[in-house]
Each structure stands twice: as structure tokens, then as C-alpha cells.
Write a protein that binds this ligand. Structure first.
Ligand code: FE2
Length: 216
């Protein structure tokens, strides 16, 4: 083997070590995990007139209709997964506590998904606070539940917070999710089936060791 070839193999091997977590689940396993999550917890009450699954499907269907990429469609589907990954969501709502579902959701998603899925989810509550400041009439149009949770989430942003928010890499994606979040609460909405969205999951999961080695 020439020196140049040896170096190339070394660099490729090194980049695998640096970028891939050996414990990471493969795409099929992540897909099954999401499916199982909705099977077990999708019927939970969202807090308005829809279930968690109905709300997730409405948001993802709105994202699909908007023509955005797969990462943002999956982010829309999973933006409230933080409500489903812990047992305290219903109690928190009743007791008027913020369950910090956006942070819990982002933490859970970070183990499996690329940043373009994780970050819009992490910022979608801040996007609501942002829109309350920047968009006239936005607060008035919020549902009663959203107005109630807004208080727990810190209320409308101030100017300095809004400026910082606008500088975040995925701020505009988070704003889009927030708008679908506001709309996706209808009792009679037509949605695409969960399987349609599960089929997009492999496009946006983090690579595994097997996957990367297979592509070398
Ligand atoms: Fe939501």
C-alpha cells in the first residue's frame, strides 16, 4: 500500500471514531421505538380536544403540506415527545407547573436524531414566547390552554430575548413548528397515517458504526 493510501484509511478510521457513538441504535430500531411510544402513550390527552397522537399527526401533516424537508416533518411529528417520555405531564398541567417538555424532548431526541430534528423541538416553546412579542394579534389567537402554559413558560419575550432567539440557527424552523402546533388541534382534521412519517425516520437519524463502516 502506498503511503498516501495508508493515510487515507487512517483518516477515515479516525473520523469514524470521532463521529460515531457505538451504542447508537440503528434506524430501524429508532423507527420501532417511536412507533412503540405512540402505541403506548399516543392516546394520552394533549390538554385540548385531541390526543397526543392526533396532535402529532396533524402537525406533521401540516409540515408535509408546507413542503419542508424530512427533518422538519419529523421534528413536527415529535415536537411534544417530551410530554410522552415522562409520567409527570398530566400532574404538572393540573398543578400549574411547567414540565419543560421541550428540553426533555430534545434530550431524548438527541440520542437518535440529527440537529435539524433536535434543535427546532428544543426551541419551539421559545418560539411561542417570541411570536407573542413580534406578531401583533398572535397572543389573542392562542387557545386558552396555550395562554395558561405561556405564563408558566415565562410569558412573552422581551426585546433582548427576541434578538437572541433570532440569532439561533434553527429559530425559523422552531417558529414554523410553533405555527403548526397552534393549528394542529382540530377534532376533524384529515391527516397522513403514522406509517408515512415513520418511513421518513431513517433519513434523519444519526449514523451508526455499522452504517458508517458500510459506506467506507
Ligand atoms: Fe404541541
Amino acid at each position: 500500500m502506498r503511503d498516501q493510501d495508508t493515510q487515507r484509511v487512517f483518516l477515515k478510521t479516525r473520523s469514524v471514531r470521532l463521529s460515531v457513538n457505538a451504542d447508537r441504535m440503528n434506524a430501524q430500531s429508532v423507527k420501532q421505538l417511536i412507533e412503540q411510544m405512540f402505541e403506548e402513550r399516543g392516546a394520552l390527552h394533549y390538554g385540548e380536544s385531541v390526543t397526543q397522537l392526533e396532535h402529532a399527526l396533524q402537525c406533521a401533516s401540516l409540515a408535509q403540506q408546507a413542503g419542508v424537508g424530512s427533518a422538519l416533518v419529523i421534528a413536527a411529528l415529535l415536537h411534544d415527545i417530551g410530554h410522552m417520555v415522562h409520567d409527570d405531564a398530566a400532574a404538572a398541567f393540573k398543578e400549574a407547573r411547567d414540565d419543560h417538555h421541550e428540553a426533555l424532548g430534545a434530550k431524548w431526541l438527541r440520542r437518535h436524531f440529527v440537529d435539524a430534528v433536535v434543535q427546532p423541538v428544543a426551541w419551539h416553546v421559545q418560539a411561542k414566547r417570541y411570536l407573542c412579542l413580534r406578531e401583533s394579534g398572535y397572543w389573542d389567537a392562542l387557545s386558552a390552554v396555550s395562554k395558561q402554559t405561556l405564563v408558566l413558560q415565562g410569558g412573552p419575550m422581551n426585546e433582548a430575548e427576541a434578538t437572541r432567539f433570532e440569532q439561533q440557527a434553527y429559530a425559523q424552523d422552531a417558529v414554523m413548528i410553533r405555527r403548526w402546533d397552534d393549528t394542529g388541534k382540530r377534532e376533524d382534521a384529515e391527516v397522513l397515517p403514522l406509517q408515512h412519517f415513520l418511513d421518513l425516520v431513517p433519513q434523519v437519524v444519526m449514523p451508526t458504526v455499522d452504517g458508517v463502516l458500510g459506506s467506507l
